[in-house]
Design a protein around this ligand. Structure first.
Ligand SMILES: Nc1nc2c(ncn2[C@@H]2O[C@H](COP(=O)(O)OP(=O)(O)O)[C@@H](O)[C@H]2O)c(=O)[nH]1
Ligand SMILES: [Mg+2]
Length: 308
């Protein structure tokens, strides 16, 4: 399966983010806990150089808890502050305040030494589409917070949400683009629905997902559809089509419909807590915050791909 995506408009988004980040103290990056590597954009490590960094493993309610713990540890070792959140219910969201304070401790210390007191920490949310940025901001900011409006000297036209007396949040998140260098990464992004389904073949995609599930989460499909899992993905999809009575007019099975059920159920967490990748799978591929591993060779996708 070949993925084509046209992130040309991301060039503009990147430029905007470069501007915004100048006034930011801490960059809070949301990743999808079901794929904390594939949903993380490597360019942000360059864009947010010299900033305090937080990674929130969002949608942790849908991820495999054991694997989430591995990822948390993995990113902490790389120098990120981390937290698990479920932005939809608000679980873990309040604790992010403390994480921000911890992440900015050195900065606050520096400020104090220079005699700067009570300057609020400025935070910004970033992440790829659909990772939960808006949901998180709503949950984190809640109703009690007031928008502070434009401020002279701060990025023009930007709204700030005063979270408390110590923290201000830029109210528009930075939208990052997923990485493209790897088909497996593209596939996982498609599994969770962050690439438009129109440009993918859903049956092919579902078969790949089924293949993964049969191997890594045996029983997940059987549990959901009440059928027997087969040796391979195509036969298993047939069982699901039968069980769900996915029929075409002529009486043939409608595999596209069955594929749609599988994708939809996975995306909504109805197949159980599932994580698509573990740190071992990508060791060495991720950048480190110490700046030693910054010599990535792949081209900037926003420059490599043109608008359709
Ligand atoms: N289960 C679950 N769903 C979430 C969570 N956070 C966001 N969502 C859902 O993910 C979808 C995308 O969220 P949204 O905030 O629009 O993402 P954005 O594109 O990054 O702003 C929505 O359907 C949200 O309800 C979470 O922590 N758990
Ligand atoms: Mg949004």
């Amino acid at each position: 399966m070949h993925f084509q995506w046209y992130p040309g408009h991301m060039t503009k988004a990147r430029r905007q983010m470069q501007e915004d980040i100048k006034v930011i103290d801490v960059v809070i990056e949301l990743v999808d806990a079901r794929m904390p590597y594939s949903s993380k954009n490597p360019d942000i490590d360059d864009l947010a150089r010299n900033k305090s960094r937080i990674i929130l493993l969002n949608k942790s309610d849908m991820a495999d808890q054991e694997k989430t713990a591995l990822w948390k540890n993995y990113y902490e070792k790389k120098g990120f502050f981390t937290a698990l959140v479920n932005s939809k219910t608000g679980s873990g969201v309040k604790a992010v305040n403390d994480v921000i304070q911890k992440a900015c401790r050195e900065k606050l210390e520096r400020d104090r030494k220079r005699g700067i007191l009570n300057r609020p920490i400025r935070a910004m949310i970033v992440g790829i589409p659909n990772v939960g940025k808006s949901t998180f901001i709503n949950s984190f900011a809640g109703k009690a917070c007031t928008k502070t409006g434009n401020k002279p000297g701060v990025t023009k036209g930007k709204q700030w949400i005063k979270l408390n007396k110590n923290v201000e949040l830029l109210d528009t998140p930075g939208i990052l683009w997923p990485k493209f260098e790897d088909q497996a990464v593209g596939m996982r992004i498609a599994f969770i629905g962050s690439i438009n389904d129109d440009i993918l073949n859903p049956r092919e995609l579902a078969l790949k997902l089924i293949e993964f599930l049969l191997k890594e989460y045996p029983g997940a499909l059987a549990g959901r559809y009440g059928m027997e899992e087969r040796e391979n993905a195509p036969d298993t999809l047939i069982e699901i089509a039968k069980k769900r009575a996915c029929l075409l007019k002529g009486g043939e099975y409608d595999y596209d419909k069955a594929a749609g059920f599988v994708l939809d159920d996975f995306r909504n967490g109805r197949l159980g807590r599932i994580t698509l990748e573990i740190p071992e799978m990508i060791s060495g591929a991720e950048t480190a915050l110490d700046g030693k591993e910054q010599n990535r060779t792949e081209e900037n996708p926003s420059e490599a791909v043109s608008e359709p």
